[in-house]
Design a protein around this ligand. Structure first.
Ligand SMILES: Cc1cc2nc3c(=O)[nH]c(=O)nc-3n(C[C@H](O)[C@H](O)[C@H](O)COP(=O)(O)OP(=O)(O)OC[C@H]3O[C@@H](n4cnc5c(N)ncnc54)[C@H](O)[C@@H]3O)c2cc1C
Length: 393
């Protein structure tokens, strides 16, 4: 057994760390104070993403991406996750299912996204379809010229800057025919209904969209009619690993700040870390991160070519998404406590990460849904699927 990172992996990690600190950190306060970043800042970051070679880490070189393995993507995302205000989302990862598009779709959508010239947003959730997307009411009906889409989508992340959407709709209103359509944001009938505010100050917005008699050509279907859920299954693995990596990164930043603060903050004539109450908090944070990071690296290694069973990958991704998102919540909360009043100030990255990472227990499947997946796997395959140490090759 060898857990050593290769030289190439260490260099990638160092490069992603330098990128995060040099390119993203300077815009954190702009994002916090303005509840987002300006188009000018977005353009600057976009260019730097290209210059540093962090565009589309999740897509092949053939399509203009970086062609990184999931393990390499995780090394990058872990560092990006240290930035507050979700500025990591200004380093776009075009939606994974687009790689299953036709050659024409790849040329029109995926390649320009990989080159940071276009931006997609994925729209599944609705008012009455969250954890259970089979309840989607957005429908697509066959008409002259293709399909007519009607419905509403909620929380469409980056919907304010995206120029097209991947819309999950039910053909004929039938969940068995769940289908993903490429929809241009400026197509007649597409409108932003509302742009609600959330706890975090995020680089971009999560608007609600309305689709009223939006007609799309048949060639705008990704995959085929009925592929909607299958297309998103593999993507969930990638998206959940990304969340897990960022949670581990965010937690490490919080620990670093808290550790340094505890050494320098004098109360009652001594650094606060000399109080065992504080020292033990630092220990608990460190242990939490060590466990989460070990799990993250192991699972990403497995999924990067060391296990092939698709369901097992899904099961493992649920485990790290659940564990790391709950871990970062504990670590951030303790970090705020160690910093006292300063920990509650928005100008402090600990406070911002505390707010930012709360959503990681909600999006891409809530903690309860991850527990349902894990519970189902335990029931079917036994606890060894999680507690055993057999890597199926
Ligand atoms: C900031 C933000 C950005 C988002 N971005 C996007 C995006 O870009 N695209 C997109 O499509 N969606 C997006 N989402 C939506 C997100 O994926 C959903 O919020 C999430 O899936 C939960 O759905 P819901 O909010 O409707 O909660 P609900 O599904 O209504 O859940 C409410 C509560 O019930 C629990 N619950 C529900 N079902 C079960 C069950 N079977 N077993 C046990 N407990 C259950 C949940 O865990 C939760 O605690 C975003 C959400 C947020 C907050």
């Amino acid at each position: 057994m060898d857990f050593t990172l290769s030289k190439a992996h260490r260099e990638l990690q160092e490069k992603a760390k330098a990128f995060t600190e040099e390119v993203l950190f300077p815009y954190e306060m702009e994002c916090e104070e303005n509840n987002g970043i300006s188009p000018e800042t977005h353009a600057i970051i976009n260019q730097k993403v290209m210059d540093w070679g962090f565009n589309a880490t999740n897509h092949s070189k053939e399509h203009g991406g970086q062609g990184m393995t999931l393990f390499e993507q995780m090394l990058v995302s872990e560092q990006l996750g240290m930035a507050t205000g979700a500025i990591w989302d200004a380093v776009p990862q075009p939606s994974y299912p687009m790689k299953f598009g036709t050659q024409a779709q790849i040329e029109e959508y995926l390649i320009p996204c990989c080159q940071n010239k276009r931006r997609d947003a994925y729209a599944i959730t609705e008012a009455d379809a969250g954890s259970d997307p089979t309840q989607c009411l957005t429908r697509a009906d066959k008409c002259d010229g293709g399909y007519r889409i009607n419905g509403e989508k909620w929380y469409v992340t980056v919907g304010n800057v995206a120029d097209f959407l991947l819309v999950h709709a039910h053909v004929d209103g039938d969940p068995e025919k769940a289908t993903v359509f490429f929809v241009e944001k400026d197509a007649p009938g597409v409108s932003i209904k509302r742009t609600p505010e959330f706890s975090h100050h995020f680089a971009f917005k999560h608007p609600e969209f309305t689709f009223k008699d939006v007609v799309v050509d048949e060639s705008r279907i990704l995959g085929k009619v009925g592929d909607g859920f299958n297309l998103t299954k593999d993507w969930f693995v990638e998206a959940r690993l990304g969340i897990a990596a960022r949670c581990v990164g965010g937690a490490q930043r919080v620990l670093n700040v808290a550790n340094e603060f505890a050494a320098g903050r004098i109360m009652g004539g001594q650094p606060i870390r000399e109080y065992q109450a504080i020292e033990h908090m630092l220990v608990d944070m460190t242990m939490d991160i060590m466990a989460a990071k070990s799990l993250l690296y192991r699972v990403c290694w497995e999924i990067s070519g060391n296990i092939s069973d698709r369901k097992l990958k899904h099961a493992r991704a649920a485990a790290i998404k659940l564990y790391t998102s709950e871990m970062v919540g504990r670590v951030c909360d303790t970090g705020v406590q160690i910093l006292g009043g300063r920990g509650y100030m928005r100008e402090n990255p600990v406070e911002r990460l505390w707010r930012d990472t709360r959503v990681d227990r909600i999006w891409e499947g809530t903690s309860e849904i991850q527990r349902n997946i894990i519970g189902g796997q335990i029931k079917k395959r036994g606890v060894e699927i999680y507690t055993g140490w057999d890597f199926e090759k």
